[in-house]
Write a protein that binds this ligand. Structure first.
Ligand code: KG4
Ligand code: ZN
Length: 351
């Protein structure tokens, strides 16, 4: 069984081919970062247009790299949500069109399900059950994962996502887009001890997060420093501020992940989503979990941020778990779900 997967929910076009038994055969990605950079964030209309330009050439390339032809494909999977409506529609319509032309089944995939199964793409493969820390630009959630399709929400952000906290603080510090990697790079030259930023909800009994207050604290500290310090010291202050911001976000993510493992009694943590690429988070989680004799699994960096491999792979996993039928559909009509809570189920939100 060979699954073609298409991801186009935001600013990355990803296409991949996964073999149900042999795993990932090939994947390709086009990032729109340089296109959106000058606007300081993703411009949805430009994102959709670029996906349209990229999807078919990427599909041709990935099939070639996988050494398979369209005739070998058994099913076509695509990200049906959540994400930008226009961007989602491009991937969905190409997937449906390919499937219709070849009379193949189509498998709509929840973007976050893709992220949370992605650590199972590579060895060592985390066995179920595990706790997943999903940290992306739009989501921050702790989930208990008992199997493919068995997801239970343990806690989530009440306001900004962790990636959003990185992106927004980076933006107000003039670091451009995407903010997470930029802020993290600057933080490497800073001293996080210089400033103490709040760690919202770190000690609350629940497993929820709140990051929206952080940007105000960062802005206040930065404005104060600019009023008090000579200009020659601003750059060093910004590096310290970036380090303090990253430390605050990571402390909360680590603290809540430990709490989730304690609460559930599980011993495996899987980190998924773009913020999973963060170096400090990777460095701090392992020692924090050692005390619980728990293990942490990170997808390789290329599978942390958005990619097609996780979509094709989630489809293969769902098929192996008997959760999707591979019957050829009677019609190829489709919907995309820009807002879609994984806790609502993977069959699509109630409309
Ligand atoms: O999962 P993802 O690629 O897209 C979404 O589904 O949102 O995550 C993107 C997010 C952005 O907020 C980006 O700033 C953040 O992941 N990110 C990072 C790092 N790399 C990406 N945040 C902190 N440190 C990083 N190294
Ligand atoms: Zn994502």
């Amino acid at each position: 069984m060979i699954f073609l997967g298409i991801e186009s929910s935001c600013d990355e076009t990803g296409v991949a081919v996964v073999h149900a038994e042999r795993g990932l055969l090939a994947h390709t990605l086009h990032s729109q970062v340089s296109m959106h950079e000058e606007y300081g964030g993703v411009v949805p209309e430009l994102a959709s247009r670029d996906h349209i330009r990229r999807i078919l050439p990427l599909t041709r390339r990935v099939l070639h790299e996988a050494g398979v032809g369209l005739a070998d494909v058994s099913a076509v999977a695509y990200t049906a949500g959540p994400g930008l409506a226009g961007a989602l529609l491009t991937g969905a319509s190409v997937a449906q069109a390919i499937a219709w032309a070849l009379q193949l089944p189509v498998i709509p995939i929840h973007h976050l399900e893709g992220h949370l199964l992605s650590p199972r793409l590579v060895e060592p493969r985390p066995e179920f059950p595990f706790v997943a820390l999903l940290v992306s630009g739009g989501h921050t959630q702790l989930m208990q994962v008992d199997g493919v399709g068995q997801y239970q929400l343990l806690g989530e952000t009440l306001d900004d996502a962790a990636g959003e906290a990185f992106d927004k603080t980076a933006k107000l510090m003039g670091l451009g887009y995407p903010g997470g990697p930029a802020l993290s790079r600057l933080a490497q030259h800073g001293n996080e001890q210089r400033l103490k930023l709040p760690r919202p909800k770190l000690h609350s009994p629940d497993l929820d997060f709140s990051f929206s207050g952080l940007k105000t604290a960062v802005l206040t500290q930065r404005n104060k420093a600019r009023a008090q310090l000579p200009e020659s010291e601003w750059a060093a202050f910004d590096a310290d501020l970036a380090a303090a911001t990253e430390a605050a976000i990571v402390d909360v993510l680590v603290g809540k992940s430990v709490k989730a493992l304690r609460t559930t009694g599980l011993q495996r943590l899987v980190v998924a989503g773009g913020v999973g690429a963060n170096r400090r988070l990777r460095e701090q989680l392992a020692p924090a979990l050692k005390a619980l004799s728990a293990e942490v699994f990170f997808p390789p960096l290329e599978f942390c941020t958005d990619n097609g491999a996780m979509i094709a792979f989630a489809a293969a996993q769902r098929w192996q778990a008997g959760l999707v039928s591979l019957a050829t559909p009677e019609n190829y009509g489709f919907s995309v779900y820009p807002r879609w809570d994984l806790a609502q189920g993977v069959a699509g939100p109630a409309e």
